[in-house]
Ligand binder design. Structure first.
Ligand code: PAF
Length: 283
C-alpha cells in the first residue's frame, strides 16, 4: 500500500483507476485505527475494486476547548492495519494540504436542521466541519462509494443528506458498530478512560439496550424511558449530554406511529466524551 500526502497525488492515482474502469471505495478516517475501522475497510473492499482510506485529523470539526491537539496520532500502526486490511492507497494530508488558506476557509457546508441538534447542541460547528471536510475529500478522491460507521449515527445522516442535497455521485454506506465483549462501542476516544472508567463504560450499552427492549415491548412513554436511561448513566458516574429516542430517518422526535427508531446517547466519563446508539423497530 502506498501513502500519499498531496491532493494532486491522490487525484492522479484515483483518476488512473477510474480510467481503467475500476470502482473506487473510500473510507475517510481520523486515524488511530482499530477493529471498528477494519470493518469499514472490509465493507469498502466488498464494494470496490480499489480501496482508498484517508487519515486526517480535521481541525475544522473540533471546538476550541476540545481534544484536537491531544487526539491520538499513530500513523505507523495505522499503515500496518491498513496494509493488513488490503487497503490500496492511503491519503494522509497535512493541514496545509487540506486548508492551504489556513483559517481563511470561505466555504462551509452546513446541513441545516440535522447539525444543531443532539451532539450539535454540545459541539457547535462540529458537523459543519465534518460536512465540509467530507465534501472536500469527495471532491478530491471522487469515490463511487464511501463507508462510514453507524456508531457516529448523526454524522452518517449529515453525510447522507449532504451527498443527496449536493447531488454528489457517491453511494453512502453505513457499517455496523463493532463492540467490545462487554458491549462498549470501539472508539479512538476509549483510550482516554482509566481502567476503572473503562469498566463502568459498559453501562452505556446497557442503558441503550434497556430502552430498546422497552420500545420493542411496546412502551410508548419515551420521556420516561429517556429519564430512566439518563439515570442509569448518571448512577454510573457519567455526565449525560443527552439520552434520546428519535426517528431513525431524520432524528426528529418520533410519534407513536413511527416504527423505525434510534436511541442515542452522549456522555462524559473522565476525560472522554463517548457516543453510542442502537436502532430498533417498534413492532
Ligand atoms: O468519523 C470521523 O473519523 C470523521 O468525522 C471523518 C468522517 C473522517 C471526517 O473528518
Amino acid at each position: 500500500m502506498d501513502t500519499v500526502t498531496t491532493v494532486e497525488a491522490v487525484r492522479t492515482r484515483a483518476q488512473q483507476w477510474r480510467a481503467a474502469g475500476l470502482r473506487i471505495a473510500f473510507v475517510p478516517t481520523m486515524g488511530n485505527l482499530h477493529a471498528g475501522h477494519t470493518s469499514l475497510l472490509a465493507a469498502a473492499r466488498y464494494r470496490g475494486d480499489r480501496v482508498i482510506a484517508s487519515i486526517f485529523v480535521n481541525p475544522l470539526q473540533f471546538g476550541p476547548s476540545e481534544d484536537y491537539t491531544a487526539y491520538p496520532r499513530t500513523l505507523l500502526e495505522d499503515q500496518q492495519l491498513l496494509q493488513e486490511a488490503r487497503c490500496d492507497l492511503l491519503f494522509a494530508p497535512g493541514v496545509t494540504d487540506m486548508y492551504p488558506h489556513g483559517g481563511d476557509q470561505r466555504t462551509l457546508v452546513v446541513v441545516r436542521g440535522l447539525s444543531d441538534i443532539l451532539c450539535g447542541r454540545f459541539r457547535p460547528g462540529h458537523f459543519d466541519g465534518v460536512a465540509t471536510v467530507v465534501a472536500k475529500l469527495f471532491g478530491i478522491v471522487a469515490p463511487d462509494v464511501a463507508v462510514f460507521g453507524e456508531k457516529d449515527y448523526q454524522q452518517l445522516l449529515v453525510v447522507r443528506h449532504m451527498t443527496l442535497d449536493l447531488a454528489l455521485p457517491v453511494d453512502i454506506v453505513g457499517a455496523p458498530t463493532v463492540r467490545a465483549p462487554d458491549g462498549l462501542a470501539l472508539s479512538s476516544r476509549n483510550r482516554y478512560l482509566s481502567a476503572e472508567e473503562r469498566t463502568r463504560a459498559a453501562v452505556i450499552h446497557q442503558s441503550l439496550s434497556q430502552a430498546v427492549a422497552a420500545l420493542y415491548d411496546g412502551d410508548t412513554d419515551h420521556a420516561a424511558l429517556e429519564r430512566a436511561g439518563s439515570l442509569m448513566l448518571e448512577r454510573a458516574g457519567m455526565i449525560v449530554d443527552y439520552f434520546a429516542i428519535r426517528n431513525a430517518a431524520d432524528l426528529t422526535e418520533p410519534n407513536a406511529a413511527c416504527s423505525d427508531l434510534v436511541v442515542l446517547t452522549a456522555v462524559r466519563l473522565g476525560r472522554a466524551r463517548l457516543i453510542d446508539n442502537l436502532r430498533t423497530h417498534r413492532p
